[in-house]
Write a protein that binds this ligand. Structure first.
Ligand SMILES: [Zn+2]
Length: 423
C-alpha cells in the first residue's frame, strides 16, 4: 500500500495520521481498515471540557464508518483513550471527526443525512454501505444538529392547523411560521391541550412575545389556546378554511336541487360534484360548457355558485368596515333566493366576522398556509408508517425550511461543519 504520508493526506482528517491500511488483496470491493493515531504530542482532549491531558486511564479500539475509497468501503480504527481530566474526572477522549457515541464519521453522517431528504433511508443506507439502523441514526443526528445550530427566528405570524394522518380520524396539530413558511412543531391530536403545548413548549418566551397574529381555522380549541397563551395576538381565520365552508354550502345546494328532486334531475346532476366545487377561473373549455349547461338547468344552483365565487372579494378589502359592508351586500343579494344553505353560511360568516376581517390589520400570507400543507402531505406520504414523531418533525422542518438553496449551501453541508458557525 502507499506511504503513510500519502494515505494521511488522502484521508484528510485534521489532527490524525494514518498508521496502517489493511484490506484483502485481490478482492475488488473488500472493506479497507484504516488505523489512525493522533499527530503531535501524546496529549488527549477531554470530552467534557476539551482540555488536553496526558493522563490516560485505559484505551480501547473503536471503529467508525467513513467515506469510501473508490469501490472500497472504509472503516476507521482508533484507540480511544479514557482520560483523567483535572476538571471533569474520568472521561472518554474527544474524537473530532465524529459525534460522541456515533458509529459513523461526521462527514459520512452529512452525506447520509442529505441523501435521506430526497430518498428513502434504505436507499441512502445502500448508497453509503451502512446498515439501515446506522443510516437512520446518522440521518436523525444530522437533522438534529442542523436544527439545533440554526438561528432562531421570531415570526410575527403563526399558523395553527390540523392535518389528517392515515385513513382513520387521526388528526395532528401543526404549528408553523407563516412569515418564513416553516414548520415549528407537531403534536398528535387537536385539543386545546395540544395547541397549548405547541405554543408553550415549541416556542420560547422571546419568540412568543413577537407574535401578533395566529392564523387558524374556526376550530374552537385552537382559538381558546391562542387566547390563553398569546393574549396579545389576534386570531385570523384562514381564507381557505372559510372558503371550504362556502363550498360545503354550495355542495348542499347541489344535493337539494338535484338529488332530492326526482330521477330526471338526478341523472342530470350526476358526476358534476367536483366540477361544481372548482373555481370558475380554473375551469376551462368543454368543462365550462358543461358547467353552463348545469346552471341553465337550475338557476338556484347558479345563484349559489355566483355567491360563493363572490366571497373571494372578502379578502380584497383593507378595512373592517369594507369587509362588513361587502358581507351585508352579499346578504342582500341572497334575499328572496330561497337558498337556506347559503343563508346559514352567511350567518356563520357574520358570527365569525372578527376573525375573518382580522386580515385587514395583519397581512398574513394565506398562500403560505396552502403551500405548507402541500409540503407536509408530501413528506407524510413518503414517511408512511414512520413511528418516530421527533424524526418526522425534523424531516418536516427540513422540507419546509429548504436549507439547501444553492451549490454553496450544499458544499457547506457536506463538509460537516456547522453551517452557521464561524469556525
Ligand atoms: Zn475535562
Amino acid at each position: 500500500m502507499g506511504s503513510q504520508r500519502d494515505c494521511t493526506w488522502i484521508l484528510g482528517l485534521p489532527g490524525f495520521r494514518v498508521e496502517r491500511v489493511e484490506g484483502e488483496d485481490g478482492d475488488a470491493t473488500s472493506r479497507v481498515q484504516i488505523r489512525l493515531e493522533r499527530r503531535g504530542p501524546r496529549r488527549y482532549p477531554c470530552s467534557g471540557c476539551g482540555r488536553r491531558t496526558r493522563r490516560v486511564r485505559s484505551a480501547r479500539d473503536r471503529t467508525w464508518d467513513d467515506l469510501p475509497w473508490g469501490p472500497h468501503p472504509v472503516t476507521l480504527v482508533y484507540r480511544q483513550r479514557r482520560v483523567d481530566c483535572r476538571h471533569c474526572g474520568i472521561r472518554t477522549e474527544r474524537v473530532e471527526f465524529a459525534d460522541p457515541k456515533a458509529r459513523v464519521t461526521r462527514r459520512l453522517r452529512q452525506q447520509i443525512g442529505i441523501d435521506g431528504q430526497s430518498m428513502p433511508t434504505s436507499h441512502a443506507a445502500v448508497r453509503h454501505g451502512v446498515s439501515w439502523g446506522k443510516a437512520r441514526r446518522a440521518e436523525q443526528a444530522f437533522l438534529a444538529d442542523w436544527d439545533r445550530t440554526r438561528p432562531q427566528k421570531r415570526p410575527r405570524h403563526l399558523g395553527l392547523d390540523e392535518i389528517q394522518r392515515g385513513k382513520g380520524q387521526q388528526f395532528w396539530s401543526v404549528l408553523s411560521d407563516l412569515v418564513h413558511g416553516e414548520v415549528i412543531g407537531l403534536r398528535r391530536d387537536r385539543t386545546t391541550e395540544t395547541a397549548t403545548t405547541l405554543l408553550t413548549t415549541d416556542l420560547t418566551a422571546r419568540q412568543r412575545a413577537a407574535v401578533t397574529a395566529v392564523c387558524t381555522d374556526m376550530h374552537r380549541p385552537d382559538r381558546n389556546a391562542v387566547a390563553a397563551v398569546l393574549p396579545k395576538a389576534e386570531v385570523v381565520f384562514d381564507k381557505f378554511h372559510v372558503l371550504q365552508h362556502a363550498s360545503a354550502a354550495l355542495d348542499e345546494v347541489r344535493r337539494q336541487e338535484f338529488f332530492r328532486a326526482g330521477a330526471v334531475m338526478r341523472a342530470h346532476g350526476r358526476g358534476k360534484r367536483w366540477l361544481l366545487l372548482r373555481r370558475w377561473k380554473t375551469v376551462r373549455g368543454s368543462k365550462r360548457v358543461e358547467l353552463e349547461a348545469l346552471f341553465a338547468a337550475n338557476r338556484r344552483l347558479f345563484k349559489a355558485y355566483v355567491l360563493r365565487e363572490q366571497l373571494d372579494r372578502l379578502w380584497t378589502y383593507r378595512t373592517r368596515c369594507g369587509v362588513l359592508d361587502f358581507l351585508m351586500g352579499w346578504f342582500k343579494a341572497l334575499r328572496w333566493q330561497r337558498l337556506p344553505e347559503m343563508e346559514r353560511l352567511g350567518d356563520f360568516l357574520l358570527t365569525h366576522i372578527d376573525g375573518i376581517a382580522a386580515h385587514c390589520d395583519h397581512d398574513v400570507r394565506f398562500g403560505v398556509v396552502e403551500s405548507l400543507n402541500t409540503t407536509i402531505k408530501a413528506v407524510l406520504r413518503r414517511a408512511r408508517g414512520m413511528r418516530d414523531e421527533a424524526m418526522l418533525l425534523l424531516k418536516l422542518k427540513w422540507a419546509t425550511a429548504h436549507p439547501i438553496r444553492s451549490a454553496r449551501d450544499l458544499a457547506r453541508f457536506l463538509t460537516g461543519h456547522s453551517v452557521y458557525s464561524n469556525r
